[in-house]
Design a protein around this ligand. Structure first.
Ligand SMILES: [Zn+2]
Length: 1008
């Protein structure tokens, strides 16, 4: 037992030392010798929080206390990763109730741990326990009676996951106190708890972020206390410690599993199948404390059963706070629509979920509006009381929770489950890297899938939500039945278009109109088949004639592959995403390459557009061994190549010596980062170049880059966030582009360039709302450029001879009733209120642009995630990717023709261009600022919430533009193409731009 007074004394002693108390890895003190030593730190009233964490508890003295390992009272200030590691190892070494597991390494190399705490007997038999939990999670594994017997004897499993946002500190310190208490308490209540529970504690999910933040905070340390939450020690420094090393928000990554920390965690949770899952966070310093339940919108795949329990846990947590007199709330800003938050993901796996959000104190204390101080240790105490309250609720309800867990699993796999009526079918693609990434994600999540050995035909629904009767599927189609133990998570990740309720949509719309703000916390569409751009269909039944078999993964290629000798050269299939990485790495080794801009067949090899060509002739003068170097790079990337036998393109197809095979130039990339760049945008670029491509790039400080020698680079990338600070950089960037540079901008950086005072001729919608005609004409011209044909036997009769044959202009009538400029602006301001939070839109791609190579085998339609507020209008031929795909206006479907999974009209229509089934009209339908071709509609929304007003702004705007300027080019992305490293379809556009840009889109001088 540690009396309160003792704690107070210890905290006071610590405060007296503070800030002199040493903390490994970072200096925390300013301690000059001499005169100044005599001036003590100020003691503010209320700075010390001395309440004991576990009043009256008695402990096994053999188990070390966190205080003894840390050298300061646990919770009095944040421990760093090394200190946390030391505490959990020390406790695990001495407590028979604890076993420590490593589950991964961070990017920087810090080890990730979870501790299992259970009764000593159970700790000795953890593998058996794990196997029993697996049976509850998949009741097919055992007879019902056996499962029921397990329910009566098994403890419930709580997964307590602390601090995924590295600068939300208090949870980790609380976790050390909780761990010690459970590991060492001699008291009956803890023993009873462990009769009913197994507790897993992950004390720190984001070690890189936490240590990053603590080091920054140490550098901002003052001798006197800091209680102003606007000061540097509280606010942090760009990019803060929220994210991991590559600046990913790992609390969004559970459904994408791109980061090593997430991958380790997902595997660990999959191993144990917890019944309760909690994630701890912090929020604004002046806030109070939030826990679950969440409020609408709640993802429809969450089960009513877990939702019911979430409320039970919340009530008892509230009661625990009431005994302390602490303020708290539930719901308010906390929705549960996006499934990639920690507890949402776990909830969809069947765990009762919870989220703690404590007001961030960070260090010392924070002065509140009423004048009181909230000390850091109090914030730790709230996390701790919450943890213990939830564990008590779980222990008390052990049998009922386990019963409901199993009932729920049986329900989702029953015949009358909605999930039993859906199978996802993924068409195989030559983009092996992409397909493997998709299958890897299914595998790590623990989903079941098979491969069709035979072709089959069945009715299907495509990703646009369009019914495809009797759709043919080839052998090799991946089949993912939704009827499986993890049905809910699978549906949440893969389904095309979940719907918010009309009641919620009403609330959201009123919120937008009244307060100009959305109630939605994250993106509204994330369907993996769309973000990954793998061509996927939904089937109403599992195709029994497909001869589906479990999929066996191909053995890795031999480590020392050889390529056959050839006089011509080699080609790498451009459909594979890794062909871009191969190009970057081959150029890094000094080889000269070409890119194919049109599909061709150099017999016997059919080469899709975007193939990378390595010619002996281009490289003969370098003295490099083309064959050996190519084989080495292919081995690094596990890619095949064809040995070309000829440069002769079959028939009219391009030959190797012509203009369709430009010479690539080695990219020398600079990314302008740090303030004011968005850390996410910057991090995603950094990760994509560094990890996805494995390419060298240079990462510059935005401010210092004003004085940098830009001639070193031929590609400069401006992340989202840099837009507002770009104005004074434009003259330098302009002359750099004109001399041959490739300038790539994203989001608001694109918006800053797309103005009268910017660079080039692309404009934002705001800039052009009163004069959109040139951009409308561009769309008409592009459309006719793809669709016009001259009728047979026309001869030259179409040429006017008498002058009386009037030319029909395709925009006739479209501008007849143009409103005044004021009205146009007023309408756009109104539409702006409804801009989306992150929605997946269908885009059409230009098959003659080097930027779109690699996306040709999938419906000529590219799903892109639109975020932010940049809307770009582009002149004809300058938009390789435009938002929306034109489709003939279909006849209005009767109710019986609707498939069950099709929308039922509660939400704004996906398409624009007049109601479906409207009488055909020779004039072009109006779509906000733009138009659609006569008798066509524009399919725009694929997944997520898109109000019709916003659709009218986004329709036909450019997602990606490219324009020559002097010898160089400007490439603008309206939204972030590398979002969370999960938007693989649009990431390919970005990697094409960065690696192929200097050769395929800019002119480089011959150096005589
Ligand atoms: Zn957080």
């Amino acid at each position: 037992m540690i009396p309160a007074l003792l704690i107070a004394a210890a905290v006071l002693a610590q405060l007296a030392l503070q800030p002199a108390a040493p903390q490994p890895a970072a200096p925390t003190s300013l301690q000059p010798p001499g005169l100044h030593d005599s001036i003590p730190a100020i003691t503010l009233p209320g700075l010390i929080y001395a309440k004991p964490f576990f009043p009256g508890a008695t402990y096994d003295a053999a188990v070390p206390t966190p205080d003894s390992v840390l050298g300061f009272p646990v919770g009095s200030r944040p421990a760093n990763h090394a200190q946390i590691e030391a505490v959990i190892k020390a406790i695990a070494a001495k407590s028979p109730r604890v076993k420590l597991f490593e589950y991964g390494k961070t990017h920087v190399g810090r080890t990730l741990y979870y501790a299992v705490i259970a009764s000593p007997e159970r700790i000795k038999a953890l593998d058996e326990l794990k196997a029993d939990y697996a049976k509850l999670a998949d009741p097919r594994q055992a007879p019902a009676a056996d499962i029921d017997a397990l329910i009566t004897k098994l403890p419930a499993l709580a997964w307590m996951a602390y601090v995924i946002h590295g600068d939300e500190l208090s949870g980790s310190d609380a976790s050390l106190a909780v761990l010690h208490h459970l590991a060492a308490s001699n008291d009956a209540d803890v023993k009873t708890l462990l009769d009913n529970l197994v507790v897993v504690i992950d004390p720190l999910m984001n070690p890189d972020g936490r240590d990053h933040w603590l080091i920054d905070a140490a550098h901002s340390r003052t001798k006197q206390p800091q209680v102003d939450d606007q000061s540097l020690m509280h606010s942090g420094i760009w990019p803060s410690g929220r994210m991991n090393h590559y600046l990913f928000d790992m609390n969004r990554d559970w459904i994408f599993a791109t980061q090593p920390e997430s991958r380790g965690r997902i595997a660990a949770v999959r191993d144990w199948n917890p019944h309760y899952f909690m994630e701890s966070h912090e929020m604004g310093s002046q806030d109070s404390f939030l826990f679950m339940p969440a409020r609408e919108a709640i993802n429809p795949n969450h089960s009513p059963s877990t939702q019911k329990w979430v409320a039970v846990f919340g009530r008892e947590q509230a009661a625990a706070f009431d005994t302390q007199g602490w303020r708290y709330y539930t719901g308010e800003w906390n929705d549960d629509w996006y499934p990639g938050y920690s507890s949402s993901w776990a909830g969809l796996r069947g765990s009762i979920q919870n989220l703690y959000e404590q007001a961030a104190i960070n260090v010392d204390a924070v002065r509140r509006p009423e004048g009181a101080l909230e000390p850091y240790r109090e914030s730790v105490h709230k996390q701790l009381i919450s943890s213990m309250a939830n564990l008590a609720t779980l222990a008390k309800n052990r049998a009922a929770v386990l019963t409901d867990f199993v009932v729920e699993r049986r329900k989702v796999m029953s015949d009358d489950s909605a999930y039993a009526k859906r199978t996802f079918a993924v068409i195989p693609t030559a983009n092996t890297t992409r397909l493997n990434q998709f299958l890897d994600l299914l595998t790590i999540q623990g989903f079941e899938f098979t491969r069709a050995e035979k072709p089959f035909t069945t009715d299907a629904l495509d990703r646009l939500g369009v019914s495809r009767p009797a759709q043919a599927f080839p052998a090799g189609t991946i089949l993912i039945p939704n009827r499986q133990p993890l049905a809910r998570l699978l549906a949440a990740m893969l389904e095309f278009d979940p719907r918010m309720s009309p009641e919620y949509l009403t609330t959201e719309r009123r919120e937008l109109l009244r307060f100009g703000r959305s109630k939605i916390y994250d993106i509204t569409g994330w369907s993996i088949p769309m973000l990954f751009d793998v061509e996927t269909f939904q089937l109403a039944a599992f195709p029994t004639d497909a001869d589906a078999k479990p999929l066996t993964f191909a053995a890795p290629a031999p480590s020392k592959p050889t390529l056959p000798e050839t006089t011509v050269g080699y080609a790498i299939n451009g459909l594979d995403d890794r062909s871009v990485a191969a190009a970057a790495r081959l150029m890094e080794r000094g080889l000269w390459l070409r890119l194919s801009l049109k599909p061709t067949t150099l017999a016997p090899d059919a080469l899709p557009r975007g193939s990378v060509i390595i010619l002996n002739k281009d490289n003969a003068h370098t003295g490099l061994n083309v064959r050996t170097l190519t084989a080495e790079v292919l081995a690094e990337l596990n890619l095949p190549a064809a040995a070309l036998k000829t440069g002769w393109g079959e028939g009219d197809l391009p030959d190797l010596g012509g203009e369709n095979f430009p010479l690539l130039q080695p990219p020398r990339i600079a990314v302008l980062g740090r303030n004011p760049a968005s850390p996410y945008s910057y991090g995603q670029i950094w990760y994509t170049l560094d990890h996805v491509l494995g390419a060298r790039a240079n990462y510059l400080d935005f401010d210092s880059a004003a004085f940098a020698d830009l001639r070193r680079y031929n590609v400069i990338i401006l992340p989202d966030g840099t837009g507002p600070k770009l104005a004074d950089r434009l003259p330098a960037l302009k002359s750099w582009v004109e001399s041959g540079g490739t300038l790539i901008a994203i989001g608001d950086a694109s918006a800053a360039l797309a103005t009268e005072k910017g660079l080039g001729s692309v404009r934002t919608l705001e800039d052009s709302i009163t004069k959109p005609e040139p951009f409308i004409q561009a769309i008409i011209r592009e459309y006719h450029g793809l669709t016009e044909s001259v009728a047979a036997n026309t001869g030259y009769d179409f040429a006017p001879r008498t002058g009386d044959q009037a030319i029909q202009y395709p925009w006739d009538g479209s501008t007849a009733d143009k409103p005044s400029d004021d009205e146009l602006k007023r309408r756009d301001e109104w539409r702006k209120i409804f801009m989306p939070q992150g929605v997946i839109l269908a885009a059409r791609t230009d098959d003659r642009s080097f930027l779109t190579v690699g996306s040709d085998d999938r419906q000529s339609m590219l799903p892109v995630l639109y975020t932010g507020s940049t809307i770009l209008l582009a002149p004809a031929g300058q938009a390789p990717v435009r938002l929306g795909v034109f489709q003939p206006t279909p006849p209005k479907p009767s109710a019986s023709e609707r498939t069950p999974s099709e929308p039922t009209a509660s939400e704004p229509k996906a398409s624009a261009g007049g109601p479906a089934g409207a009488p055909s009209s020779p004039t072009a339908p109006k779509l906000g600022w733009t138009i659609a071709p006569p008798n066509h509609e524009l399919r725009l929304r694929m997944s997520g919430l898109l109000w019709p007003e916003a659709a009218e702004r986004l329709a036909n705007s450019a997602y990606l533009t490219r324009e020559s300027l002097g010898n160089g080019q400007i490439i603008l992305f309206a939204a972030d193409p590398n979002f969370r490293a999960a938007t693989l379809g649009s990431t390919r556009l970005f990697t094409n731009a960065a690696i192929y840009g200097p050769g395929a889109g800019a002119n480089q001088p011959i150096k005589p």
